[in-house]
Design a protein around this ligand. Structure first.
Ligand code: SAH
Length: 364
């Protein structure tokens, strides 16, 4: 008991001494800090211009910032990006898998996927994941380490963008998906700031339609968030009844399928917009025609398209991918019921690219 208590105090103390990373701050937060240091707020815009438009992260190189402000910033803040630890390229599907190291020496996993003129970065929002879905390497094998800060999520994009440019892989990043390690709706504070920086004119000025957030649906904060930020939503449904979903996705016991579907009905969509329902086909678990029927039934009041995902086998987990034949039958059934269907042809699987599998090779 005593040692637990002491540990808590130590952590608090430690955090107090840590300097804030300037890349954690949205423009309005940056303006507040600059004002507090006694400078006019336009200095904040100059700083964000260096970071997000000129790709400069060293105060020394910022010619239009007065030396006194640079000194004050240096005293009170840091500007820090994750560092590249390892990169693996898959020639099969032209994806690049990155392991990045945080300031506290933890590993973040991100992927750059290159398809039809798109350069998409799949970012992690946590180190590990607290959800413990039975088919997923992250939750079952790594566990939950900690949430990532906005600077560490934005940092993944900046570091990968620079790597891609330097190596002649891509000129710019066109799309972002929050589909790496972790559950975004359990780290919403960081996600909100990240989305503000990604979409703000002072930041990356990205179109909202090029950003997708994927969730297992842990609570009732999804509709409000999507209706406010207007980015695209993908839901890791994977099961169409509560019994099965609770067995494989324990979060379903706290926020069940019926509650999740009610939440999805509240999401406001434009004429041509859909919610993407991710359904991973797992052999003899959720891949029969009766499962497909259940899926069609529960989606009847939701404007959804289904993205079928072939399961990417993970060592130590007793789940296998469905056969090609079963998969085709499942697809045909959904099509026969006029459900829009797409199939994800395992981006990154050659590299052990599914959630958490790369980081697992190295200890997080
Ligand atoms: N927590 C969020 C985002 C992380 S998981 C979510 O659940 O959506 C990203 C996606 O990868 C999810 O759809 C997840 O179910 C899927 N996934 C996990 N393990 C996988 C595997 N072995 N093969 C294929 N997809 C997997």
């Amino acid at each position: 008991m005593d040692s637990q208590c002491g540990r808590h105090l130590y952590l608090k103390e430690n955090k107090k001494n840590m300097k804030t990373n300037l890349l954690n701050l949205t423009l309005s937060q940056l303006q507040k800090e600059v004002k507090q240091l006694g400078y006019p707020t336009y200095r904040a815009k100059q700083l964000s211009d260096w970071f997000y438009h000129k790709n400069v992260f060293s105060l020394e190189k910022m010619q239009n910032i007065p030396q006194k402000l640079k000194d004050d910033l240096q005293t009170n803040f840091v500007i820090e990006l994750p560092k590249i630890e390892e990169v693996n390229h898959s020639s099969k599907d032209n994806s690049y898998k990155f392991l990045l190291k945080t300031h506290d020496n933890k590993l973040i996993e991100s992927i750059l996927m290159l398809t039809n003129n798109r350069a998409t970065v799949c970012v992690s929002c946590m180190i590990g994941c607290p959800l413990t879905c039975k088919f997923c390497a992250t939750g079952t094998e790594i566990g939950f380490v900690r949430k990532l800060e906005p600077s560490e999520i934005i940092g993944q994009i900046i570091v990968i963008k620079n790597y891609a440019k330097l190596n002649g892989i891509a000129d710019k990043i066109t799309n972002i998906v929050f589909m790496g390690m972790g559950e975004p709706f359990l780290n919403l504070d960081s996600i909100e700031k990240t989305v503000e920086i990604l979409t703000g004119d002072y930041g990356f000025a990205m179109s909202k339609s090029r950003i997708t957030i994927s969730t297992a649906g842990p609570k009732n904060n999804i509709a409000d968030f999507i209706n406010k930020y207007k980015i695209k939503l993908a839901v890791s449904l994977h099961f169409a009844n509560n019994e099965l979903r609770s067995k494989y996705m324990p979060i379903n016991k706290k926020f069940n399928l019926d509650q999740l579907l009610e939440e999805l009905k509240k999401v406001e969509l434009l004429k041509r917009e859909y919610i993407t329902i991710e359904y991973m086909l797992m052999q003899d678990i959720n891949d029969s025609i009766s499962h497909a029927k259940q899926l069609v039934k529960i989606l009847s009041n939701i404007k959804a398209k289904v993205n079928l995902i072939p399961y990417n086998p993970t060592k130590n987990l007793p789940v296998k991918p469905s056969s090609e034949k079963t998969m085709n039958e499942f697809i045909q059934y959904l099509i026969s019921k006029s459900i829009p269907v797409t199939v994800r042809r395992s981006q990154g699987s050659e590299l052990q690219g599914a959630c958490g599998q790369f980081a697992l090779k190295r200890k997080v």
